[in-house]
Design a protein around this ligand. Structure first.
Ligand SMILES: [Zn+2]
Length: 163
């Protein structure tokens, strides 16, 4: 189906071509109950290649659209992500040593080292004595016991934090 171009040239093409208007509208407005996202072209192309290949190799149902294929992938990724998020908490205790605690910060994907310095806990990652890693170390029961035995400022601080 083609549209005849009017005498006014391409500028007026949309105005005089109901089909073009329809296509343009469809490409911008998703169906009710659907949302549109924009992705980088190379990402789109990659997904589209995989889709075509899967279609060719008949690994997809005949009526699977590209949109349906991507939606399926998104759902699968989300399911995996949710499992991972449950299994890997934000902060994890890696090791407790004599004067230091190693923590894995999953949010920042970094290892934080918390040391006892001058009777106070200090985070080497943040160079702070009051960051989230310090709070996490204080919350570890085994650390609380050590600090309690040692006494000093650290334990005073713990009490302050708890109130
Ligand atoms: Zn820290």
């Amino acid at each position: 189906m083609t549209c005849e171009r009017d005498d006014g040239g391409s500028k007026n093409l949309i105005k005089f071509c109901p089909l073009t208007v329809h296509v343009l509208k469809r490409s911008k407005m998703p169906k009710p109950g659907f949302k549109t996202i924009t992705v980088k072209e190379h990402i789109f192309s990659k997904y589209y290649e995989v889709y075509k290949k899967a279609k060719k190799e008949r690994r997809l149902k005949d009526n699977t659209s590209f949109s349906g294929f991507v939606t399926g992938m998104m759902q699968e990724t989300m399911a995996k992500y949710e499992v991972f998020a449950r299994q890997a908490p934000f902060l994890e205790k890696i090791a407790i040593e004599q004067e230091r605690v190693i923590i894995k910060d999953n949010k920042r994907d970094r290892i934080a080292e918390v040391m006892v310095r001058n009777g106070e806990l200090q985070c080497l990652l943040d160079d702070k004595t009051d960051c989230i890693h310090i709070g996490f170390v204080y919350s570890l029961p085994e650390i609380y016991m050590v600090l309690k035995k040692k006494g000093g400022r650290a334990i005073a601080k713990t009490k302050k934090m708890q109130t």
